[in-house]
Each structure stands twice: as C-alpha cells, then as structure tokens.
Design a protein around this ligand. Structure first.
Ligand SMILES: Cc1cc2nc3c(=O)[nH]c(=O)nc-3n(C[C@H](O)[C@H](O)[C@H](O)COP(=O)(O)OP(=O)(O)OC[C@H]3O[C@@H](n4cnc5c(N)ncnc54)[C@H](O)[C@@H]3O)c2cc1C
Length: 509
C-alpha cells in the first residue's frame, strides 16, 4: 500500500506547482503537507506566532492551554485524519478515549457518553426509558458511515455541475440513495414522536448538536446531525494538546522542501498574467512578496475578498454571516487531589442570556506533563455567543470588560459547583476570551468561529465553494464545504488537493 502511495506521489511531482498558502490553520497545514509530499513547492505564511489557528495554544508559566478547539476526532478507520496520515506516512501518539465526555444535565444528572455505542444505548435506556434507542442510534450510525462513504467521492462532492453530478453516480453511492433525502430533511422530522416529547432527552440531543454542528435539531439536516451525534465515538487525546498535530503537519511541509513562515501576515494578493503575487508584512516592519502559480487561502470567506483590489473584490459573491457564532472562552489551571477524568464535560444551564445553553470544560490529561506540572491540569472552557451582542472594546471598554467579568464569575461558579468532589487545592487566575480576542489572534471577521452552521439553508448545495472568481485562487477552511471543526477542514483540504491533482485523496489506497 505504501509503495503504491509513494508511486502516486512521485507521479504528481511531474506537474510541480509553486503554491502559496495563506494561514496555518488545520486546513492550510493539511493541504500544505499533502501537496508538499506530492512534490509541489509550498510556501506557507502564518500571521500569528504559533501554528494551528483556532486550534492553537498559548503558554502561561508552566502551563500550555488549548486556545480554542479541544477535541480531536477523525482518526478512526476510513476517517479523514487517518487517511491523511496514511498519505503522509506519519503516525500520531494519540490515545483513543473510551469515556470521551460527561454530560451534566440541567436536572443535575451526570451522564457518561461512552464511545462504545452498545454501552451508550444501554445508558440511554436506563436514563431515558420508554424509547427505542436501539433503532434510533443504529440508524444514526449507519447514516454517519454512509456520509463518510459519499464524502470519499472526493473532488466531485458536493456536485457543482451536471458533469460532477454524473460522476457521483457510482454503484457505491446509488446503494445509498436515501442519503440525498436526509441532506435536506430537518433532523427533528426523523426523531420518533415519543423522543420529541421527552424534554430532557431533547436537551441532551440539542446540546450535543450545537457543539458539533453549530445548530439545533429543528435546523440541522438529518444527515449532518448523524455525524454530529456520533462524533464522540471517535475522540482522541493528543499529548501536547490540539496544536501538537498541527506542528507535525508543519514538519511534513518542511521535510518535503517547503517553507513555513510565522509572523508573516499576507496583506494583499494580485493576479498577474501568469499566476498571482502575494504581498505581506514580516517582523520588524519588513515587507515580503512571493510569486505563485496557485494561492490557497485558509482565511474565512468574509476575509478573502479583502485581500484584493476593489475591481477583483467586486467579483466575489457577498457572503452573509449565515448564523455563524462567536465564542467565549476561559482558561485557568487547577491542582486536584483527585484528577478530573473523563477530560471533557458539557455542563447545561437554565438560562441562555448570552448565547447557547451549555459550557464545555476541557481538561489536560493529568499524565501530560507537557501541558501542566504533576498534580495540575489546564482547563479551557468554551460556550457559543452571538458576536454582535458584544460591545466593541474600542467604543465602550467598560461595557466590554463588564460582560467579560460577568462570564468570568459565572464560569468560576459553575466550576466550583461541578468539580468540588475532585478536591481542588489550588487554581490559577482565570483569563477570559471573547469574539474580539479571536478576531485579534486569528484575524477572523468579527471573531466568528466554528465555521458556518450546517442547517437547511446552509446545505451541501449552498455552502461556499473552494473555487473563487479569481483564477488559481482557492479558499479552504471552516467557512467552505464541508466546514466544521478539524475533521471537516482536513476533509476540505483533502478534497482541494484532490481537485488540483486529479486524484481522489479521500479514497484509501
Ligand atoms: C472555542 C472553540 C472551540 C472549538 N472546539 C472544537 C473542537 O473541540 N473540535 C474541533 O474539531 N473543532 C473545534 N472548533 C472549531 C475548529 O477550531 C475550527 O473549525 C478549525 O480549527 C478551523 O480551522 P481553519 O483551518 O478553517 O481556520 P483557522 O483555524 O481560523 O486558521 C486560519 C489561520 O490563518 C491565519 N491568518 C489569518 N489572516 C492571515 C493573513 N492575512 N496572513 C497570514 N495568516 C493569516 C490565522 O492566524 C490562522 O492561524 C472550535 C473552535 C473554537 C473557536
């Protein structure tokens, strides 16, 4: 298998292209690593000091905090991160989580979401009796597996032309025709009536959906809901945290002759007669420019047009925000007598004045001393928020700081209430991040993160495409198809690499 893959990569070297990538989020890194491995000349510019974008990190004394994303999935059989690693010939020192997360319901119940579907169904039968959990969850699992099969159609999905559509009609896909229907059916319509009447069960389903699909059951298509609800079956801990894999991808680019520049912000792109030229600012107010055959931007669909002159900018379709969320985050470390395990806790709350109805607490593995000294664990907390509800700190600093303080106190209160049994003996200062923080550190328009929510309006046919009106300028990342989280943006990177190389990288060798 490795030989065939190697041969394919060698074949690609014949059409060596000079590719500039803007941004070292997971999309840019995955795309860059794969194209470098295929023999292309890769130059990647990242504005920030560290790699990883929304899944990056920062340090405080002896602690290393995940800055945004905290859960890693997609290494299971036939899943995108496993497929990417196979193409790159690398492995990750990841640990599969059998007990990925605990759900703390509003009524005080703590429910373990085990990775094993049989165990999870058994828990649901005990906690929410009277429903046919077996059929419901097995049908979700089947739908989820089918969806990965269609995504493996690679460069033709989603179809953008009649020709793409016909190429999709493989026997494999035709076996799975009902799937097309699920892509446009609200998930709510597929939930059995008895379950819909069970408010507690619907609370659990909706809060799981919001963290994985950014939407609730009445908005999300049934197909995407299946992926979101099955996600905890395939969760991993990466020693070093979320950005460790990003750095591994950065190394692959360099080992294959590419260059990765941090603190290099691209300020504009100009189409030329043959290719494009990228301009930017480097440290110490130095400028840089680089000619490329192809430019791939990891910025959001709202930020990409800003790289061009007015005449080219007008050619881009104006992209609405489509209900995209901002995030509030909090970071601190705690010393415990009794380490917190499982590492992920979703805590539901009654009022949702500020956005959505839950906090997601993520702890570093107590054994992972690269992130916290022995006896300590780092904590990253996140919740969805409406970015436009936040006062602009440049216009009303007091109101902005006061809202941050409100979150700070609330998060501390929730932590003390839910983890007192772990006997916390020390805690570091809590720092809070807002949409403004994400805008500053990642350059994302208004600090909107997590990608575009998949819903009935933002469906597989209307999601922004990777192609742009500018020749040889492509866009990848969580605001383009298939969007959503590290697993989604890596899938998108594999798709674009496939399109440009006329190879389906999403199919295993
Ligand atoms: C709080 C929070 C929690 C999340 N939780 C999870 C989770 O648990 N699991 C999960 O899978 N996903 C999670 N996500 C979503 C996930 O982090 C993102 O969908 C994904 O990381 C986005 O990757 P990306 O490559 O699209 O873009 P980004 O991560 O936004 O990367 C874009 C990069 O481009 C750089 N850049 C911007 N402008 C320029 C410029 N002009 N020049 C050069 N570089 C530039 C930025 O600095 C950044 O590094 C979470 C997100 C947040 C914010």
């Amino acid at each position: 298998m490795a030989n065939r893959s190697h041969q394919r990569h060698k074949n690609k070297q014949k059409e060596k292209q000079n590719i500039v990538i803007i941004g070292a989020g997971y999309a840019g890194l995955a795309f860059g690593a794969l194209m470098a491995k295929c023999g292309h000349e890769i130059t990647l510019y990242e504005a920030h000091t560290y790699l990883g974008g929304c899944a990056s990190f920062f340090k405080r004394k002896n602690f290393t905090f995940d800055a945004g994303a905290t859960t890693l999935s997609g290494f299971g059989a036939n899943r995108p991160l496993a497929i990417l690693n196979e193409h790159l010939g690398i492995t990750c020192p990841i640990e599969k989580l059998d007990r990925p997360m605990v759900l703390h319901l509003k009524d005080g119940r703590k429910i373990l979401r085990s990775a094993d579907l049989k165990e999870w169904i058994q828990t649901l039968e005990e906690e929410f009796p009277g429903h046919d959990h077996q059929s419901f969850w097995h049908s979700l699992k089947k739908r989820e597996e089918d969806l990965w099969t269609i995504l493996a159609q690679g460069q033709y999905f989603p179809p953008r032309s009649l020709s793409d559509f016909f190429k999709l009609l493989t026997p494999e896909l035709l076996k799975r025709t009902p799937l097309g229907l699920w892509a446009f059916t609200p998930f709510m319509q597929t939930i059995p009536a008895s379950m819909k009447r069970d408010d507690k069960l619907m609370e659990l389903i909706n809060e799981q959906l919001i963290i994985s699909t950014q939407s609730h059951a009445h908005q999300v298509p049934a197909l995407i809901a299946a992926m979101g609800l099955i996600y905890p079956d395939d969760m991993y801990y990466h020693p070093g945290g979320m950005s460790a894999y990003a750095y591994q991808l950065g190394e692959v680019i360099k080992e294959n002759g590419g260059e990765v520049f941090t603190r290099h912000k691209v300020t504009s792109v100009e189409p030329k007669q043959h290719g494009l030229v990228v301009y930017g600012m480097a440290p110490a107010k130095k400028t840089f420019e680089k000619k490329a055959d192809i430019v791939v931007s990891n910025l959001t669909v709202w930020d990409n047009p800003k790289l061009f002159r007015e005449s080219e900018r007008k050619r881009f379709k104006i992209q609405k925000e489509r209900g995209a969320w901002g995030a509030v985050t909090a970071y601190f470390a705690c010393k415990t007598q009794n380490p917190i395990d499982p590492l992920y806790h979703q805590i539901h709350f009654h009022h949702s004045k500020f956005g959505d109805g839950s906090f997601f607490f993520s702890f570093s593995d107590p054994k992972d001393e690269s992130r916290a000294p022995q006896g300590w664990q780092t904590v990253t907390v996140s919740t969805h928020t409406r970015a436009d509800q936040w006062p602009d700190p440049n216009k009303d600093k007091d109101a902005y700081l006061s809202l941050k303080r409100e979150y700070h106190e609330w998060i501390e209160e929730v932590f003390d209430e839910h983890f007192s049994e772990n006997e916390i003996t020390e805690k570091t200062k809590v720092e809070v991040g807002s949409p403004h923080t994400f805008e500053c550190f990642t350059g994302r328009h208004k600090g909107l993160v997590g990608g575009l929510p998949h819903n009935l309006k933002n469906n597989i046919l209307t999601f922004p495409s990777q192609e742009t009106p500018i020749e040889n300028f492509y866009q990848i990342g969580d605001t383009t198809f298939p969007g959503q989280g590290v697993v989604g943006v890596v899938t998108g990177a594999l798709m674009l690499a496939g399109k440009l190389s006329h190879t389906n990288f999403l199919k295993r060798n």
